[in-house]
Design a protein around this ligand. Sequence first.
Ligand code: CS2
Length: 494
Amino acid sequence: MRINQAQLATLAASANHSTASRLKLPAYDRSKLAPGIVHLGLGAFHRAHQALYTEAAVAAGDLRWGIVGVSLRQADTHDALAPQDYLYSVAVRDSQGEQLMVVGTLLAALVAPENPQAVLAAMSDARCHIVSLTVTEKGYCYDPASRALLLDHPDIQHDLQQADPKTAIGFIVRALAQRRAGGTAPFTVVSCDNLPANGDTTRGMVLAFAAQIDAGLAAWISEQVSFPNSMVDRIVPKTTEVDIRHVEQQLGLHDAWPVMTERFTQWVIEDRFCGPRPRWEDAGATIVADAAPYEHAKLRMLNGSHSTLAYLGALMAYETVDQAMQDADLSGFVAAMLAQEVEPTLERPGLPAYRAELMQRFRNPALKHRLQQIAMDGSQKIPQRLLGTLRNRLAADADCRHLLFALAGWFQYLAGQDEAGRSYPVSDPLAGVLQAAATSAEDSAARVQALLALSAVFGEDLAGNASVRDALIRDLSLIRQHGVKAAMRNSGLI
Ligand code: CS2
């Protein structure tokens, strides 16, 4: 039997149901929810993060905040959730056990390629006050090094020429144009992706796009629309078939696409909204004037060490983050990188405690977070996760040997084979050029130079830095010759 609205009533009514007492269910009248938020990028992360803060605001009685979810590419989320009235479960897991909840705030799941006009209609509805996004780094169609919109990206070109958008930026601008034309107040745009200054960055891209089609619109957006920066944090691995069967056992009902996550959750968001917003702070969100210190710490510490574990760990033939963390050399390397090279570049207070908490989260044995999932799209992630820190350290003439070794690990990862001899696909929008450079020659020096020359990732400064280049050549040669662990030891890093 499938979970759906009717089954929910039965679940709630059966006080003696074996799971009911441990299960959190939506207790408000879902039919009264207004479509206050349109969310672009209806993936697992949104469903286990922002949707839960909104669920709490709705449960407290503010029914303005139903979510209309939008998938920009595939119909799979819609196809899984529509037959269950858009209800889905969240399993919060750690070594202590599991807690289940059913989320009711999702009102619909639209599939943009099937009906872009329906998406624009939802975004133009006067009851919609917020458009939020989790479209991943590559969903912004930007140049990773400069974070400028790629005006020659084929999807952006398409969206500039036609009124049926494909991209998040295209949808935002076209919907704002409709609201302006119809005399409707604008929505606030809330980017929840792991980009530095994600609100300011999105604003820059929206304005660049709008300027191409209508200067008056660009000026209106610039004056009227707000784009608060935010830091989002919760580890949400991809749901597996085993997870689906497990949730079904717990719930007594089939949920075609539940989401799995950890207990930890954090959302720091700037209080700059051009219209109303839910009281997310009542569910634990931190509302601040400036999110930058939190965001830098999170991107450089959590995501920086995640990517480091992903590349070095995958090369060492580990499958998941918790497995990689069990390798004392590798976890010691990451902890030292954070303490010695990353934390000195940050301003947030309490960094050693934050580091200890991160290490604990990475050790969560119940999540089974796959290293290959984190390894995806390195070209879009490395600049804000490792290169900003590296540039700060170089400018201060300070030690950055761990950061450079992690980067050399990415270079070797791009060659597509682990130390057990297994091949894996490299998934990245720049995979073609990256892999060509990473395997361009037998010689490590030539590989490093070919990779550093990719200005979309490295900008113009790093390729010309001889000490960076030489360290990378040395680390890459050592990794290729001896493997990651012996190379770390050889370099005195463990
Ligand atoms: C991860 C993030 O996949 C990745 O690149 O580093 O999704 C990470 O799990 C989240 O940012 C945690 O907040």
